[in-house]
Design a protein. Structure first.
Length: 304
């Protein structure tokens, strides 16, 4: 009961309609390495074929109403691979709130001697709904808790840049650049906050079929830093990725991916939490499925 009360109280504070609050509005992923398009739309087309990814994340398991996220993404090159399109769809539930985000993107790539530089623009729609029936309130006489569903639809504009060589990559993506308003009711509202993430990685070939990867992602939210991950991953026999890392102010994380075929990949990750929520939850789980329409035959980007 303590877990339920604590989380619902937190959810109510974050969703309060009469105050302006600052909280994380973008989803996070531990297995971003396995399809970088999900954290940087300028990556679109780098698999040289139609690429699809499906993710499911259960965060802070053991807490009633904890975040659950599902996402689907597609991206592919066009026009002799200078242009690439992409699509990302996310669904997230947190307590009484449900959010859908759909974004389409277009990227342009400039070839380099051992890689490429690309930039992209994206736009989409964010739809949010809160069911007051899912909130445990202290005062049911509050006029905001009238039993009706609160709904808000807003638009978002994003931009990104991505650069890579044969064994390294770096990228920056900024979301919700327009900081659009979210009108829940006539007398109360909220707005989107600018989010950004910075990614980078370096690969070291240990043998013909073994690889070591050092990667990192830093996530920002207006006006402060949200989190930063540092990961070390090992590819064994071109078949299995095994990795571990640490998330700032959260705790260690572990991940694994199996290259079932050159086209089909399955991954799993587990995040521990040794911060403020320690003892109140059982960690976070994430599943990943990736598929490329044809094998990636460009060795310079074969591993990311």
């Amino acid at each position: 009961m303590r877990k339920v009360f604590t989380y619902r109280l937190l959810c109510l504070m974050c969703c309060c309609l009469s105050l302006e609050g600052i909280t994380q509005q973008e989803w996070s992923s531990t297995q971003y390495l396995f399809n970088l398009y999900d954290v940087n739309v300028a990556y679109a087309g780098n698999h040289h074929s139609l690429s699809a990814a499906i993710r499911h994340r259960s965060q802070w398991t053991g807490i009633d109403g904890a975040p659950r996220t599902q996402s689907v993404s597609l991206h592919a090159p066009v026009a002799n691979e200078r242009l690439a399109w992409g699509l990302r769809v996310h669904r997230e539930t947190i307590g009484a709130r449900e959010q859908w985000m759909s974004r389409a993107s277009l990227a342009y790539r400039i070839p380099r001697r051992d890689g490429s530089f690309s930039f992209a623009l994206a736009g989409g729609v964010i739809r949010q709904e809160i069911d007051p029936a899912g909130i445990t309130a202290q005062d049911w006489n509050d006029p905001q808790l009238d039993g009706q569903h609160w709904m808000s639809t807003s638009v978002t504009f994003d931009a990104a840049a991505f650069i890579h060589g044969a064994k390294w990559f770096a990228g920056l993506e900024a979301n919700r650049l327009n900081r659009s308003e979210m009108k829940w009711t006539d007398n109360a509202g909220a707005r989107s906050f600018l989010h950004a993430n910075l990614i980078g990685g370096r690969y070291f070939k240990l043998s013909e079929n073994d690889m070591l990867a050092l990667t990192s992602i830093v996530r920002f939210s207006e006006p402060s830093l949200l989190s930063a991950d540092v990961n070390v991953s090992y590819l064994w026999k071109n078949l299995v990725w095994l990795g571990a890392g640490y998330r700032y102010l959260s705790g260690p994380l572990f991940l694994a991916e199996i290259n079932v075929t050159r086209q089909f990949r399955i991954g799993y990750s587990y995040d521990m939490n040794t911060g403020a929520l320690r003892g109140h939850q059982d960690g976070s789980h994430e599943l990943f499925i990736g598929y490329n329409l044809r094998p990636r035959d460009d060795k310079s980007i074969r591993y990311f």
